[in-house]
Design a binder for this molecule. Structure first.
Ligand SMILES: *Cc1c(COP(=O)(O)O)cnc(C)c1O
Length: 397
């Protein structure tokens, strides 16, 4: 008898392919067809991590004590370094023993989190547009995503007062992400204070994704949700060295905050994984607090690129949002262009890679594109502008 290979229903409920994998496939096809690629696709910086961090990891790798299984929760040094960073940069006090837990990158923790807290049919409130892992992790845990729109007229701040009572009552988790991917919007402490109050009223866990707190044009980190009064009773925050240190390959993230919530996630993680390499954690821990010059430098580069790209796109008739954070631009397409028509047409015909907004916003993303300036310099931005202009003109004729 032949075996029918069939994935589980929860896998079938995922989008047909992960958006970044889909774009990567089309990018490879364009490159194979001989096009010169200018990549504004995935947010994956190419500066290289701070040299001091790399040197410390190399040194720790030599020590055979670090060749053995790590602890799922992370090394003491790693957790202490994040606790000190949270106090220094956000004014948030954490017990490194119970309130700080290593993750194999923020994505892993975000993706696994609903498994620890969601029963089938529970609602998980996800911003829209958003990083796709919030709702896809929810679907894998057999929860139901509720898409809360981020609207341009609200500067892409999620308005939780819009959530109907019957949804709030059934909600288990509220995902918040500021500075925001893909819009670049930032939230202030007043907003987080109101969010903590809302979450307490409805008994909802707040998961704040602060990955981009240090990637901004302000010269200081943006506020942490956990600084808001009452936040520690309802929430946790996810962070990572991926963006702050341009070190996505380290797979080194953290979840901090409410000890009981972290203990819940730990039950899943200690079942499924054995943590992340100690030599990476120890190298990161040695310099987590000492790379401010590096961060200042990459921020000045990102600011210059973001401003330049926004100007190029605005001149071509895109509707832009002047954000102060992240390395993304989130722009409304010129009239009449759907997300995929524009993004996939550009890849295929010009080699310019952008992410179609509908892949990031199930209800709000259509008609938008996201561009990342993580690894595209000023010259590439100018060159892409010329190509996009030609591409748009062809259809207008
Ligand atoms: C990049 C990113 C992360 C974390 O990425 P990791 O490399 O897994 O640490 C988390 N959230 C958002 C919104 C991101 O863009």
């Amino acid at each position: 008898m032949s075996v029918k290979i069939e994935v589980a229903d929860r896998v079938k409920r995922l989008p047909k392919s992960y958006i970044f994998a889909e774009v990567a496939k089309r990018k490879r096809a364009a490159a194979n067809a001989g096009l010169d690629i200018i990549d504004f696709g995935i947010g994956d910086p190419d500066f290289g991590a701070p040299p001091a961090v790399v040197a410390a990891i190399t040194k720790n790798l030599q020590d055979k004590a670090n060749h053995r299984y790590p602890d799922t929760e992370g090394t003491r040094e790693y957790r202490e370094a994040w606790a000190i960073l949270y106090e220094r940069d956000f004014g948030v006090k954490l017990d490194p023993e119970k309130q700080v837990h290593h993750l194999i990158g923020g994505k892993e923790g975000i993706g696994n989190f609903p498994n620890a807290f969601v029963n089938p049919g529970d609602i998980v409130i996800c911003p829209d547009p958003a990083y796709p892992v919030y709702d896809e992790g929810t679907i894998l845990a057999e929860g139901e995503p509720y898409y809360l729109p981020l609207r341009a007229e609200n500067n892409f701040i999620a308005d939780f007062r819009e959530i109907p009572e019957e949804i709030a009552r059934r909600a288990k988790i509220f995902w918040s992400n500021y500075p925001n991917n893909p819009t670049g919007a930032t939230a202030d402490l007043d907003y987080f204070t109101n969010l903590a109050r809302w979450a307490q009223r409805w008994g909802v866990i707040v998961c704040s994704d602060a990955t981009y707190s240090h990637i901004n044009s302000f010269g200081n980190p943006t506020p942490s949700f956990l600084r808001a009064p009452g936040a520690m009773e309802v929430g946790v925050e996810f962070h990572s060295v991926s963006k702050t240190f341009s070190f996505t390959g380290a797979r080194c993230g953290v979840v901090v905050g409410n000890a009981d919530i972290i203990a819940g996630l730990h039950r899943i993680k200690s079942t499924l994984d054995s943590g992340g390499s100690d030599f990476v954690q120890l190298g990161v821990a040695a310099h987590l607090l000492g790379c401010s010059d590096y961060v200042t430098e990459i921020n000045s580069i990102y600011t210059e690129r973001r401003v330049a790209f926004q100007k190029v796109l605005a001149d071509l008739g895109f509707g832009s949002f002047d954000s102060n954070a992240t390395f993304y631009v989130w722009d409304k397409n010129p009239a009449g262009w759907s997300s995929e028509e524009l993004a996939y047409g550009l890849i295929e015909q010009t080699g310019v890679v952008l992410i179609p907004g509908n892949g990031l916003g199930r209800t709000q993303g259509e008609g938008y594109i996201r561009g990342s300036v993580a690894c595209a310099g000023l010259e590439s931005i100018e060159k892409a502008g010329t190509r996009i202009k030609k591409f748009l003109a062809k259809r207008r004729k």
